[in-house]
Design a protein around this ligand. Structure first.
Ligand code: PEP
Ligand code: MN
Length: 282
């Protein structure tokens, strides 16, 4: 059944030939937006699509502040089955509408193999969520779409496992993969996760694929997201993805880490501010 996936010869554990071409620096296009090119890309939007008003209002605000890609979840991987699970197809349609209204491509998560087609019909980029990074059947299925993929790092995944997951997608025929560091588990629970910026710098030396950072899920804490976004670009990330909500205190998911419109605008101006003047005598 999966003939093309039958490995006839055992390769060495270290061999990930398709993703290990750091000299090549690939650019992944999300419609008209290049990721991995000269300029960093900001993706922004609500954690979950909740209503037409909420996603449209957010799209207009983030676009005005300089975001290039609209994010929004329609299928939500929630820790508890009693939490809001996303609007599903209705959410996909509302996200598409808001993207078209503001002229932004849209990225959204696909959680299950059976939803790949419908999500690919509505979205410009497919997100593989952290919890699904090693869902190999899903990776094989999305490899067959012609959509670019945003591959989040699993909360407990090593760099090698993360790159091996990307290798599945390239091996399946889809070269358009953007990696996303979104925080990992560590001994420290002061924050939601531990943002592994060293891994970002490392992975940039190991692969040609663009790498972006999600400081929202990495920290879970609104007040430090802008600072972590700056740090991400400083270590060489090709962009950031952040959560924004018109009224974070009313958000159906991830309110504590959602930026207000004003907070997002401030983050954007801080990102474009030069780092000059930080060195003594500089
Ligand atoms: C998300 O982007 O809303 C999300 C659930 O991300 P992660 O898979 O990184 O937890
Ligand atoms: Mn979220």
């Amino acid at each position: 059944m999966h003939d093309s996936w039958v490995v006839k010869k055992k390769t060495s554990d270290a061999a990930l030939p398709l993703v290990s071409r750091p000299g090549e620096s690939s650019v992944v296009w999300v419609r008209d937006i290049p990721i991995g090119g000269e300029k960093a890309v900001v993706m922004a939007g609500p954690c979950s699509v909740e209503s037409r008003e909420q996603v449209t209002e957010t799209a207009i605000a983030v676009k005005a502040a300089g975001a290039a890609v609209l994010r929004g979840g329609a299928y939500k991987p929630r820790t508890s089955p009693y939490d809001f699970q996303g609007l599903g197809v209705e959410g996909l349609m509302l996200l598409r509408e808001a993207g078209d209204h503001t002229g932004m491509p849209v990225v959204t998560e696909v959680m299950s193999e059976e939803d790949v087609e419908i999500v690919a019909d509505h979205a410009d980029m497919l997100q593989v969520g952290a919890r699904n990074m090693q869902n190999f059947a899903l990776l094989r299925k999305i490899a067959k779409t012609r959509r670019p993929i945003l591959l989040k790092r699993g909360p407990s995944a090593t760099v090698k496992e993360w790159l091996a997951a990307a290798e599945y997608i390239l091996h399946g025929g889809n070269e358009s993969v953007v990696l996303c560091e979104r925080g990992i588990k560590s001994f420290d629970n002061s924050l939601r996760n531990t943002l592994d910026l060293a891994a970002v710098a490392l992975v940039k030396e190991m692969t040609q694929l663009p790498v972006i950072v999600d400081p929202s899920h990495a920290t879970g804490k609104r007040s430090i997201i802008g600072k972590c976004a700056r740090a991400a670009l400083a270590v060489g990330a090709d962009g950031v993805i952040v959560e924004v909500h018109p009224r974070p205190e009313e958000a159906w998911s991830d309110g504590a880490q959602s930026l207000t419109f004003a907070g997002f605008t401030e983050m954007m101006s801080d990102l474009t501010a030069p780092l000059a003047g930080v060195l003594n005598g500089g």
